[in-house]
Design a protein around this ligand. Structure first.
Ligand code: GLA
Length: 384
């Protein structure tokens, strides 16, 4: 697949712009194993880069114009570098253009325009960060072509800044970090306070496990209100508790939080505080006992998101419960919530049983047909 996309992206570039690109760069989508809505609270996350990638064929121009095109949209979008603003861009082009803008803010730009063509096999709207994959592919390309020498943490901030300021989604730093720091068969244990990261051997294949993605096809968008309102509740909770971020609270603070906070804000805070614990615990258990022992933590995370953070939907709950009933050792919704995908850590021998059971249950309940597939941990963004 990789070779096909790499060839297609080069051909697409040439067909749209009439000359050959100077190179191809790629970046993966990500799945979050555990640690949801903790990133913007300076907490812990444990995602991994997946074997679905976005490819960007890029060449510098001699003027200051940017042109972007892709296999998933008809037209070429063209804009001078210095005119990239939130209200000047729409749709998917906000991601590559936003990165060009953000690189200028974080000191990586030369003012030279570029042409960029994009191809991707990261499913869109599934909670697998198709947007971060575009951002990171373009970021590593521009970092090379502009000779910006920004390190990977700064490139992650470039992607986040593009998303926050140009796309208009108030998301955290997890997705871009996973896409940039991922390694084959490893998860990225990231402390979102200082962006220090450790790559941790997942050992799924060794233990006969695979990670199943159940894309519910319920569309989610982080530029919509649900994500922002959760973030606002976390900020209110931290301010009321007198801390800079929820990272500064532990479960020992929860009784006091219960007294000080309104009931809803308390539950939002409880999710984040307990989720941070679950991430640290997952990494510990994975190291000491291997992946077959992390199932309970994955499900506890799901319950917390369903009941305290209230970001699950019926389709995600059904996917999780059905997968567990049919042999998955752990399952949870993943990503920002309100739709997208669930993950199910499943013994290889149970993959088809879980898949068929989820398909049947969705059909019986009249839900849209989910997309179900396996992902593995892949390398992060790089030049091809
Ligand atoms: C989205 C955001 C991330 C993170 C997750 C929730 O994927 O882009 O920054 O907040 O939601 O964990």
């Amino acid at each position: 697949m990789t070779d096909v996309l790499k060839q297609q992206v080069t051909e697409g570039f040439t067909a749209h712009f009439g000359y050959s690109p100077s190179g191809v760069w790629s970046a993966p989508g990500r799945v979050n194993l555990i640690g949801e809505h903790t990133d913007y609270n300076e907490g812990f996350v444990f995602p991994f880069a997946i074997n679905r990638r976005t490819f960007a064929a890029v060449a510098l121009r001699t003027d200051a114009v940017v042109r972007v095109a892709s296999s998933f949209a008809q037209s070429v979008v063209e804009l001078p570098l210095d005119q990239i603003r939130r209200d000047a861009v729409t749709g998917w082009s906000a991601y590559p253009l936003g990165v060009a803008w953000a690189m200028q803010q974080l000191g990586g730009a030369t003012g030279t325009g570029f042409d960029c063509y994009i191809e991707s096999d990261v499913p869109v709207g599934a909670g697998l960060s198709s947007s971060a994959a575009i951002e990171c592919a373009v970021a590593v390309a521009l970092n090379d072509l502009w000779e910006a020498n920004l390190d990977r943490r700064t490139l992650a901030r470039v992607g986040q800044l593009a998303e926050n300021e140009i796309v208009g989604a108030p998301t955290g730093i997890m997705d871009q970090s996973a896409s940039l720091l991922g390694e084959l068969d490893h998860g990225v244990f990231l402390d979102c306070r200082d962006l220090s990261a450790q790559v941790i051997d997942l050992g799924f294949a060794r233990e006969g496990l695979e990670l199943l993605i159940i894309d519910t096809k319920v569309e989610h968008r982080h530029a919509d209100g649900g994500y922002a309102s959760r973030r606002a509740a976390c900020e209110l909770g931290a301010a009321t508790m007198g801390v800079g971020s929820l990272r500064d609270l532990t479960v020992a603070d929860l009784p006091r939080a219960k007294e000080l906070l309104d009931e809803l804000t308390y539950r939002r805070v409880r999710h984040v505080v307990t989720e941070n614990d679950r991430v640290v615990e997952t990494v510990r258990v994975l190291r000491e006992q291997g992946p077959t022992a992390i199932g309970k933590l994955l499900y506890a995370s799901h319950e917390s998101m369903r009941d305290d953070f209230e970001i699950s939907v019926d389709e995600l709950d059904t996917a999780v419960e059905t997968a567990l009933q049919h042999g998955a050792i752990g399952a949870r919704m993943t990503g920002g919530g309100f739709g997208g995908a669930a993950i199910a850590l499943t013994p290889v021998a149970k993959i088809s049983e879980v898949t068929l059971a989820v398909l049947a249950e969705f059909e019986a309940l009249g839900y849209a047909k989910p997309d179900i597939f396996v992902v593995s941990a892949a390398p992060g963004a790089h030049a091809e």
